[in-house]
Design a protein around this ligand. Sequence first.
Ligand SMILES: O=C(O)CCC(=O)C(=O)O
Length: 281
Amino acid sequence: MSTQSQSAIRNRYTEAEIEGYTQQILRDGFCILKGHFPKEKLQTWKEAFDPLMEQRIQDGTASERGPKRFYISLPFTMPFADPAIYEDPDILAILERLGGDIVMPELASDTPLQGSDFQVIHRDHLQMSPDLPDRDPALPFQFAVNFPLVDVTLANGPFEVARGTHLLTDAECKERIRSGEMETQLEPLMMEVGDVMIRDVRALHRGTPNHTETPRTMIVVGYNCAEHQRPQLKIHIPQAEFNKLSGRGRQLLRLNPVVESLDAIRPSETYSNLYFLEDAD
Ligand SMILES: O=C(O)CCC(=O)C(=O)O
């Protein structure tokens, strides 16, 4: 590895700071690393993402998760197949403290456009993983690493989250949403380009309306404990990209299919269930 790429993936935080963020996630359900990724890199992502989004909406292959709110997977090619992002050593150190052997089955985006609405308050997985029935429910097993491609303001549809709700049972979540109590606990997160959120996907949250003409794209890199199965999700890895992966990258991406090229893969979204709680007893 060149000196330059080595310095690009150096840890920014001390062990004590990593432990501090880990504890924040255990307590609040999320933490935010301020100014973590370089703005210039994310500008390159935005320039590649905007035309991709337009095309995916036009050809009907984006998943609509509420009116004018699109979930779109990203192709595993540059600029998105960037180990400086998905192998970030601080983020992986935090995830490994929480989840041990981690894999990455998701590289995608959530974008509310003008005309979007409030989502139903939800969690992205029920409290327990069916694959880890003996795991302490206080410990997360599925994570979203989120970062915006534009600064998030009250006007463009901030992601809202209710602190500490990852610790509630599914029945408690349903009751607190039904009674309206949860509405008062949601906090809008005004993230700037470069900020990164690491969250336990069980923390209750929702997307809110974007009142501006500028799409508010939030990238989501999904990680989880290797034992926790997510068969509905996969990243197609082109052979040429696979050949470039580091040992760490191969380990993280090992459950995904390697394909000759992305040309024969028709983009589609198979991950669309938002409302897991509605199926809970
Ligand atoms: O658009 C957002 O900010 C949140 C999207 C979300 O939570 C979801 O679709 O599950």
